[in-house]
Design a protein around this ligand. Structure first.
Ligand SMILES: C[S@@+](CC[C@H](N)C(=O)[O-])C[C@H]1O[C@@H](n2cnc3c(N)ncnc32)[C@H](O)[C@@H]1O
Length: 258
C-alpha cells in the first residue's frame, strides 16, 4: 500500500513541505512539449499521472490528470480540469479507458514503479509515454563536480530504463530529449549553461533531489560554485555551454505500445 503524507503526497517527496514554489520554476518548455506531443500521437483521450500543476497538458486533448498532492493540485491553472486525487499504483479507471497516457518527471518518486506502470498499461489502449532521466547518465553533468550528493541521490532514485520497458512490455523506444539553453522547465540540467540559476535556493527547491541532502552540502555547493564563477574557473572549463543551443544529458522519453 502507498503511504501518503498529510498533504496527500504519495512518493518519496512531501510536496506539502517543498512544493509551494514549484510552478514558478517548473514551467512547461514548448520545445520539450513537442517531443511529448509527438510521442502521444493523435490520441485525444489522455491520462496524465503525477500531473502536478499540469505542465505539458494540451488543451487540444481531453486530459484526465491524477495527482496525489494537494499542494500540487492547488497550483493547477484554472483553465485545466481539476486533478483526480489518486496514486499511480492504484488508478481508479477501467481497463483501456484512455487512448494514451503520460507520466512526466514522476516515476522516480513512486513507491512501486512496476505496479504504477502496470496500472498505466492496464488503463491505456495506445502509447504510454514516460519523460524521465536515465540514471546511468545523471552523473555526467558538471553539477557532479559541485554537489555529487545531489546527483548520487538522482542516480539512486531514477529507475533503470530497462525496468520501465520491462514493466510496460510490448514494443518500446527510448529517445534522448535535447534540452534548450533557455529551457523554462527548471530541472537541474535545464541550467547547464546558466549556472548562476542554481545559486537561487528557490530554483533548487523546485528540483526535489536537493531536499534529500543536508544544509552542509547546500552551503558547500553554494560556496564552491560562487567562488568558481567569480574566479572564472567555471567558465574556463564549462563556459562553452553558455552558448550551446541544446544539451543532451540524461533526459529521455520512453514510449511503449502494447
Ligand atoms: C516533479 S513532479 C512533476 C509534476 C509534473 N508531471 C511536471 O512535469 O511538472 C512529480 C509529481 O509526481 C507526483 N507523484 C509522486 N508519487 C506519486 C504516485 N505514487 N502516484 C502519482 N503521482 C505521484 C508528485 O506528487 C508530483 O506532483
Amino acid at each position: 500500500m502507498t503511504t501518503r503524507t498529510q498533504d496527500g503526497s504519495a512518493g518519496d517527496v512531501d510536496y506539502g513541505a517543498i512544493g509551494s514554489g514549484y510552478s514558478s520554476y517548473r514551467r512547461p518548455d514548448e520545445r520539450i512539449a513537442r517531443f511529448i506531443a509527438e510521442a502521444l500521437g493523435d490520441a485525444r483521450k489522455v491520462l496524465n499521472v503525477g500531473a502536478g500543476a499540469g505542465s505539458y497538458e494540451s488543451a487540444a486533448r481531453a486530459v484526465t490528470a491524477v495527482e496525489p498532492s494537494e499542494s500540487m493540485r492547488a497550483q493547477r491553472p484554472t483553465h485545466l480540469a481539476p486533478a483526480v486525487d489518486a496514486v499511480a499504483e492504484e488508478l481508479p479507471f477501467a481497463d483501456g479507458e484512455f487512448e494514451a497516457a503520460m507520466t512526466l518527471f514522476s516515476v522516480h518518486q513512486w513507491s512501486d514503479v512496476r505496479a504504477g506502470l502496470r496500472e498505466m498499461r492496464r488503463v491505456t489502449r495506445g502509447p504510454v509515454v514516460i519523460l524521465t532521466c536515465d540514471p546511468a547518465l545523471v552523473r555526467d553533468f558538471w553539477l557532479y563536480r559541485y554537489a555529487p550528493e545531489v546527483l548520487d541521490t538522482e542516480a539512486r532514485r531514477y529507475p533503470l530504463v530497462e525496468e520501465l520497458t520491462e514493466a510496460l512490455g510490448g514494443t518500446w523506444t527510448v529517445q534522448s530529449v535535447p534540452i534548450p539553453l533557455d529551457c523554462t522547465d527548471g530541472f537541474n540540467e535545464a541550467y547547464y549553461g546558466r549556472p548562476e540559476m542554481l545559486l537561487n535556493p528557490a530554483a533548487r527547491q523546485a528540483c526535489s533531489a536537493w531536499s534529500f541532502v543536508d544544509d552542509r552540502v547546500r552551503e558547500l555547493f553554494d560556496d564552491t560554485l560562487r567562488h568558481d564563477l567569480e574566479s572564472g574557473a567555471w567558465d574556463e572549463e564549462f563556459g562553452r555551454l553558455r552558448g550551446q543551443p541544446t544539451y543532451e544529458g540524461s533526459l529521455v522519453i520512453v514510449r511503449a505500445t502494447p
